[in-house]
Design a protein around this ligand. Structure first.
Ligand code: AMP
Ligand code: MG
Length: 486
């Protein structure tokens, strides 16, 4: 276990030089206070959990102090935002502080979000508000606990520094961890500025540090793209299977590692709604829940385009075509497990589709349905769930097909329950829960966000006494408009 001062840095991205990022020092926020910490994330850095109680911890993660080995950099990238190309974005309010190497030899980027203005801030103030920092923290750690690939979050620090959004709020910082902060948009930037030597340098960096196995392949860049397609397909399958809506799937918010990245006005579905739009500035529903699948493929095509100076177009296209079948097979696998099946049958896809249609028509709570389905004997569980459906004939027909599929799979109900509860969370990060935690934190009470974080870190466990976090949303919490400002 290490103290903060003992972290080992190896800043590979910084060494790429000034064409890729700019040296910028964090601009501290006033009267820093530690809002919440993730012990699981601290473990990634081999950090002693006691370190979170030291004064220097909050100071570092509020921009007041820095390791001498850190090399804070703002990265340059561009991206397609809502389908239109923005030629230059970059870290406008976050800094890559450096890369920490842990005992396992893994490199972890330390990225401080809300660290002040950079050359890429455009009209922005370089800050992040407490509200959005808490949302990013909770989601990062919760998705990870659900088994969904995600960037991680070490802590949130709050402050008294005023920030103007729709109203006056306070500045905060979130320390984000990921094995890389390189986005699709990094490649697009060097492609569209026609700096193909730098594009190649970036690709080499990614290949050597993140896709080493591809070096053995005949066409390493093509192989790397194929792996990015594969990882993205798997990530999107998890989003769709667990009802996660990202909200801002611009190419600058897509990680080349295929991890969920850059949390904004995201939402987990409460009632199932394939057309759900969680970002209320998304007027056309480009990033609606069901559109996440074609949009991910669209984003991969944008990345593929940016790689055309380095790899054969036919190979890139062939990899891109793998996306949908890969996605479908992962998704169906996950849904089978959620339904309690241990093997595949031909018409499983239809079984899933029909269930979703029934859920859509009756506004059924997406997460609780699966949890309750595993709770008791199949027939009894179905009988209990039946009350919530309006199309009773439809649900009865579906139930019959479900029963015909032998939901016990040759095991006891106890085994079925264990199996299903292991993949169907009891606790899910609903917007209203995040909202309650944020409102308390804005008043200086961090106990709610800390407790919620704890509960959501073990989403599949029963956690007696925490049932209030497993409820359907109250009426006020159902259609919350989450501000896109952050
Ligand atoms: P996001 O919507 O957070 O993914 O950000 C899109 C782009 O806008 C990125 O380049 C961000 O760095 C930048 N950005 C967002 N908010 C701010 C802000 N308050 N100050 C400066 N840049 C920002
Ligand atoms: Mg972003």
């Amino acid at each position: 276990m290490k103290q903060l001062s003992e972290l080992t840095f190896d800043n590979r991205f910084a060494r790429l030089g000034d064409a890729f990022s700019t040296h910028v020092l964090p601009e501290p926020i006033a009267e820093p206070r530690l809002v919440v910490t993730s012990q699981a994330a601290m473990e990634l850095l081999d950090l002693d959990p006691e370190e979170a109680n030291t004064e220097v911890f909050a100071q570092i993660f509020a921009g007041h102090k820095l390791w001498s080995d850190a090399e804070p950099r703002a990265m340059v990238y561009s991206g397609h935002q809502f389908g239109g190309y923005t030629p230059r974005l970059g870290d406008g309010r976050g800094l890559l502080l450096g890369e920490v190497v842990n005992q396992a030899g893994e490199h972890w980027d330390l990225h401080l979000k809300g660290a002040g203005a950079t050359p890429y801030s455009r009209m922005g103030d370089g800050r992040a508000v407490l509200r959005s920092s808490i949302r990013e923290f909770l989601a990062s750690e919760h998705l990870h606990a659900l088994g969904i690939a995600s960037s991680r979050a070490l802590c949130v620090t709050g402050s008294s520094t005023p920030v103007w959004r729709e109203k006056q709020e306070t500045a905060a910082m979130v320390l984000r961890l990921a094995q890389s902060h390189i986005r699709f948009g990094h490649f697009e930037y060097f492609y569209y500025t026609q700096q193909h030597k730098l594009l190649e340098q970036l690709a080499e960096h990614v290949l050597h540090n993140h896709f080493e196995a591809c070096l053995q392949e005949q066409a390493p860049y093509s192989a790397m793209f194929r792996q990015i397609v594969e990882r993205t397909a798997e990530m999107i399958a998890y989003w769709q299977a667990y009802g996660f809506c990202h909200g801002v799937m611009n190419t600058d918010n897509m990680s080349i590692l295929g991890i969920t990245f850059d949390y904004g006005p995201y939402a987990f579905l409460d009632d199932f709604d394939a057309k759900h739009i969680c970002n209320h500035s998304d007027d056309t529903g480009r990033y609606s829940f069901s559109n996440q699948v074609p949009i991910a493929q669209w984003n991969l095509a944008a990345l593929g385009q940016a790689l055309t100076p380095l790899a054969g177009v036919d190979e890139l296209r062939a990899s891109l075509e793998l996306f949908l079948p890969l996605y479908q097979s992962h998704y169906l696998d996950l849904m089978r497990r959620r339904l309690g099946f241990t093997s595949a049958k031909d018409d499983d896809q239809a079984l899933v589709q029909e269930l979703l249609q029934l859920m859509q028509n009756s506004a059924i709570d997406y997460s609780l349905f699966f949890r309750e389905l595993g709770e008791s004997e199949p027939q009894a569980a179905l009988a209990r769930l039946r009350d919530d459906f309006t199309d009773l004939a439809g649900f009865d027909a579906w139930s019959q097909r479900y029963m015909d599929r032998d939901p016990l799979q040759g095991q006891s109900q106890q085994q079925r329950r264990e199996r299903m509860h292991g993949v169907n969370p009891k606790f899910i990060l609903r917007n209203y829960l995040a909202q309650q935690a944020i409102e308390a934190a804005e008043k200086g009470d961090y106990s709610v966000v800390r407790e919620l974080h704890q509960v959501l870190s073990h989403p599949f466990a029963e956690q007696p006494g925490k049932e209030r976090f497993a409820q359907r949303p109250p009426d006020w919490g159902k259609h919350l408009e989450i501000s896109c400002s952050s």
